[in-house]
Design a protein around this ligand. Sequence first.
Ligand SMILES: NC(=O)CC[C@H](N)C(=O)O
Length: 234
Amino acid sequence: MAPRIGVVTFPGSLDDRDAQRAIRIAGGEPVALWHAEHDLQSVDAIVLPGGFSYGDYLRPGAIAAIAPIMTEVIAAANRGMPVLGICNGFQVLVEAHLLPGGLIRNAHQQFIRRDQRLVVENVDTAWTHLFTPNEEIVIPLKNGDGGYVANDETLKRLEGEGLIAFRYAEVNPNGSLNDIAGLSNERGNVVGLMPHPEHAVEPGFGPDSPEAMSSGVDGLRFFESAIAVLTARV
Ligand SMILES: NC(=O)CC[C@H](N)C(=O)O
């Protein structure tokens, strides 16, 4: 049976459908989860999708982090369930303290959309183990609040423990400290990143321009990685 991967929809989520589609293409069974409920519907993994949950009021992800479903998501993450936060989902993970630091307005104060090159540095996670260490990939980036910040002590720990899962290559698009594009927790089950793997899973629909120099489907392996971990467990 295909692993069941839940995708949480909050009011203002945008990319929940694309995340469900990516899961299906990768060989999993997507399960729609609703922010106002406590029911995880026996899923094996969870994706927090991109978008503008609760209109980005207060801070992006701040209100979603205290939505009813997040009580269960946090408990499941702490039990070791694979959880992936994409863009607004990464902001939610940070606001929920499942990952450290914060995400602030892009340094240039503007919303940005570009095909972004990044390096996968930590392949010891549920969502990245099918990449090779330091592999370069290209997936879309689109956000207004993608500047990663953390205090010196946290940055030192993240660097020292190899928890910087993804680093921007060529261009730092938003002023993120240490070019941080995404993180994992110590256990490797919780991963968050600003760029969008779910938008690069089908040839012809991702960043497949000659300039991007990418297959256009670099995002697929995120989902295939989690599915491989879950399938091996059964
Ligand atoms: N694409 C997204 O998920 C946008 C994330 C967030 N609301 C921002 O603009 O920073």
